[in-house]
Design a protein around this ligand. Structure first.
Ligand code: SF4
Length: 210
């Protein structure tokens, strides 16, 4: 299945929660904050019915997948990878998503949203250990140095993103950021509390374990 390219606020309405897919707008002008259009999108669905256990698990997976901007196939691949790693599958899954290069770029404050971070990577503006990497799914490892190319450092969107980064939340302790140079370093693996996905990963494990 291909990536979703429709209106992203619709996805938040579908999940009934903020997925933060539009960058700074999600903090300043979110339709969910205004208390409007909370209903599930669609012509004939006006309110949320009581949902089954299966639907609860499915929604948690959809929420996570949409926040990460992944297709079903990509998400399943991450799950299979998490299953064979030592430790808790759900936590492994979230750690794999959290340390993707596009997510690391976002968490460093170099981009306001996952789509913007992905674009920076895809356009070849991101370097890892002084080497250009244009793969959003690249798995960043502790000790890796991440930097934007000189060409894009003064870009208006990047500068704005760095300025508004504190409003979106503090830099997690597993990352080190030097905003003046639009660069940073991954210090170590994030703990579960430091992972930015506000989901119940156990529900995803239960869904795929059926
Ligand atoms: Fe979701 Fe952001 Fe749109 Fe709010 S503004 S509904 S958080 S994408």
């Amino acid at each position: 299945m291909s990536r979703y390219i429709g209106p992203v606020c619709r996805l938040c309405r579908r999940e009934g929660t903020k997925l933060f897919l539009k960058g700074d707008k999600c903090f300043t002008a979110c339709i969910l904050d205004k208390g409007k259009r909370k209903a599930v999108p669609g012509m004939h669905v006006g309110r949320r019915a009581k949902i089954s256990e299966y639907a609860r698990r499915l929604r948690e997976k959809q929420k996570t997948k949409r926040m990460a901007g992944l297709t079903e196939e990509q998400f399943r691949r991450y799950f299979r990878q998490a299953e064979v790693m030592p430790g808790l599958t759900g936590e492994n899954l979230l750690r794999l998503l959290e340390t993707r290069l596009d997510n690391v770029v976002k968490r460093m404050g170099l981009a306001t949203s996952e789509p913007q971070a992905r674009q920076l990577v895809l356009h070849g503006h991101v370097q890892v250990n002084d080497k250009r990497i244009d793969i959003p799914s690249y798995a960043v490892q502790p000790g890796d140095r991440i930097a934007l190319s000189e060409k894009v450092r003064q870009n208006v969107a990047v500068q704005q993103s760095l300025q508004t980064a504190p409003k979106r939340g503090p830099v997690p302790s597993w990352l080190e950021v030097n905003p003046a140079h639009a660069s940073g370093k991954m210090r170590g693996w994030p703990t579960r509390d430091e992972i930015s996905y506000p989901v119940d990963e156990q529900l995803i494990v239960e869904l795929y374990s059926k």
